[in-house]
Design a protein around this ligand. Structure first.
Ligand SMILES: [Cu+2]
Length: 148
């Protein structure tokens, strides 16, 4: 009788342990997924314009220090650089137009992905194209906002 209760207790423990393992196996991949960087899709277009789906006047918004994947599709305008870059993606601080280290990307034709870390300092930034891609090159810029 006493043995019977002890055995059923062990059985319950074993079931609990299996249940806990099943829950962990279910949660861990979801946790890993939620940790992967947010993807920001940008088009560097043939008419020397930055474009983002669903935005008339595109703005990139990130959190300070956020890890993001920049997925940029580049389409050739008129001119390109000797190194094959057809556009460039360079981040400037809006207040003094100084460059943000590590944010100076050469864009080759097609889709490129860049693993980036957002600036630590919240505020207004500007993305400019650093390749003289056409006569409208000077107009190829967009807002970039870093939230605290
Ligand atoms: Cu350009």
């Amino acid at each position: 009788m006493g043995d019977g209760i002890a055995n059923s207790g062990t059985r319950v423990l074993r079931l609990l342990r299996m249940f806990a393992a099943a829950v962990l196996l279910t949660l861990v991949p979801g946790f890993a997924l939620s940790q992967s960087p947010r993807v920001i899709e940008v088009l560097a277009d043939h008419d020397s314009r930055w474009r983002m789906a669903g935005q008339k006047d595109p703005v990139i918004t990130v959190r300070a220090g956020e890890a993001v994947t920049l997925r940029i599709t580049a389409v050739k305008a008129k001119e390109y650089n000797r190194n094959g870059a057809i556009h460039g993606f360079t981040l400037l601080r809006a207040k003094d137009r100084s460059r943000v280290p590590g944010w100076d990307l050469d864009l080759k034709p097609g889709v490129s992905e860049f693993q980036m870390t957002a600036p630590a300092e919240p505020g207004e930034y500007t993305v400019v194209c650093t390749v003289i891609c056409s006569g409208d090159h000077e107009g190829m810029h967009m807002r970039f906002v870093v939230l605290s």
